[in-house]
Ligand binder design. Structure first.
Ligand code: TYD
Ligand code: MG
Length: 445
């Protein structure tokens, strides 16, 4: 183990925490083997040199619940796990134009419900006038928000030290540049160096850092991906259709990654959608086309009704294929195989296309029944009757198995105007089906 020598400090390569002695685990961020010998930055030394930490009883440790701060936006808080944690860093990724700057500006305005706390909004992409006019467009107050338009890391850290904001917004991290990190702006090295410096700043204060990052349509480009381990939360902003925007946590050190935050982009900024359960179904007049079925699924703690679409056509090659992005292809093949074996309905000479309206990815096994119904309907060209929703997991033997939280699913589906819920449970409002055979005969009745 390295020994303390005069003038030397140990700096955590993960969070930037500085301390006088080497330790196996960083007392600030909790990562192992990240302390490396270094020298304290004379320009911006940590406020008050920290003494060597002592062990304390785990039972007395504050689980940080007390240090959550609301963003002022319920759907954003939900995705963060009930608000943002002080001393934490949040990365918000999304394609250009999706609404990252709008969300961050709304957060800057709405998060400071109490006290004279300040938000510092740093933009490397827009002018103060542009940001002001966006704020006016949304119809929010600019009270307590300072704006700094720069791309230089050194300008930013100097401003942070003088303003000492509780909320630091960097829009976007890809525009921030430091000559210390090499001569070329926009490299991964630059990105990591600058992000690291900003993360260290909030870790030493009671502040929250939110950084936006552009990602391409295909997903994460190399840049922002390299920041994921530096931050506490990685949130992605996705487009559902023209106006719906969905926030989802990809990583969250302080909460679950199951919750969705749902918004509509309106002429006055992002509006929260309080009841998004019907978000992923297409409203149709009259009878359904063949190949469509509905299922109530869980995303986090809320039920959403989803629309599954299936299409089968004669296989173009000797080997049939499954084209399904939103539901695992293996699941689709398995459900098709069960239908083929138990009902004698041939799928092995068919190409199968599966889609989910609204583009949401479905991973719950509770969708098996609805998937079976959509495949059956597509193959026979007989549409499902209106008002039918299905829940249940399908076994290889063709049995339909119960799923968790059935009552909540049924309630939501009935509330949205579905009239016949086919499920394996004995439950009020449910038509009981215990096998794929029973399911199909119910669909035909
Ligand atoms: P923006 O927040 O600038 O996206 P990003 O920072 O992710 O690039 O949002 C850009 C889009 O949102 C732009 O096309 C205009 C639209 N918009 C509205 O429809 N209503 C509004 O109130 C605002 C501020 C933007
Ligand atoms: Mg922007």
């Amino acid at each position: 183990m390295a020994k303390k020598t005069t003038g030397t400090v140990y700096v955590c390569t993960q969070c930037g925490y500085t301390q006088p002695r080497w330790l196996g685990r960083c007392p600030s961020c909790g990562e192992w083997n990240t302390l490396a010998e270094g020298s304290a930055k004379p320009a911006r030394a940590a406020p008050g040199v920290k003494t060597a930490p002592r062990p304390s009883p785990l039972s007395l440790v504050d689980p940080m619940e007390g240090t959550r701060v609301s963003t002022g936006i319920g759907e954003f808080d939900r995705v963060l796990g009930g608000g943002a944690i002080k001393k934490s860093a949040v990365l918000i990724g999304g394609e250009p134009g999706i609404g990252k700057s709008t969300l961050l500006l709304q957060t800057a305005s709405l998060s400071r419900g109490t006290g004279p706390s300040r938000a510092l909004y740093i933009s490397g992409e827009e002018s103060p006038a542009q940001i002001r006019s966006r704020l006016d467009r949304i119809g929010l107050e600019g009270e307590g928000i300072d704006i700094l338009c720069t791309t230089r890391l050194e300008d930013i850290t100097a401003a942070l030290d003088s303003v000492n904001p509780v909320l630091v917004i960097v829009d976007s991290i890809q525009t921030v540049f430091s000559p210390e990190a090499g001569p070329v702006p926009g490299t991964v090295n630059q990105l990591k160096y600058c992000a690291q410096d900003l993360v260290s700043w909030v870790k030493e204060r009671d502040s929250v850092l939110m950084m936006s990052a552009h990602v391409t349509k295909e997903g994460y480009i190399a840049g922002p991906k390299s920041l994921e381990h530096l931050v506490d939360c990685v949130i992605t902003f996705e487009r559902n259709d023209d106006e719906i925007r969905v926030l989802r946590a990809q990583k969250n050190r302080y909460g679950s990654v199951d919750e969705l935050g749902v918004f509509a982009m309106t002429a006055q900024g992002l509006r929260e959608i309080e009841d998004p359960s019907a978000l992923f179904i297409t409203r149709r007049e009259g009878a359904l086309p063949a190949g469509i079925s509905y299922a109530p699924v869980f995303e986090g703690t809320r039920v959403f009704l989803v629309e599954i679409q299936a299409l089968t056509v004669n296989a173009k090659a000797a080997l049939s294929r499954v084209y399904s992005e939103k539901i695992d292809s293996a699941r689709v093949s398995r459900v098709a195989a069960v239908l083929e074996k138990r009902l004698g309905l041939r799928f092995s000479d068919q190409d199968i296309y599966i889609n989910v309206a609204g583009g949401i990815r479905l991973t719950e096994s509770a969708i098996d029944s609805a998937l079976a119904a959509a495949l059956y309907s597509a193959r026979t060209d007989v549409p499902l009757k209106e008002g039918v929703a299905l829940v249940g997991e399908l076994s290889l033997a063709g049995e339909i198995r119960p799923v968790v939280r059935i009552r909540q699913r049924v309630k939501t589906a009935l509330g949205l105007g579905f009239t016949r819920i086919l499920a394996p449970e004995e439950e009020e409002g449910v038509t009981r089906v215990r096998s794929v055979k029973e399911l199909i005969s119910e669909l035909n009745s």
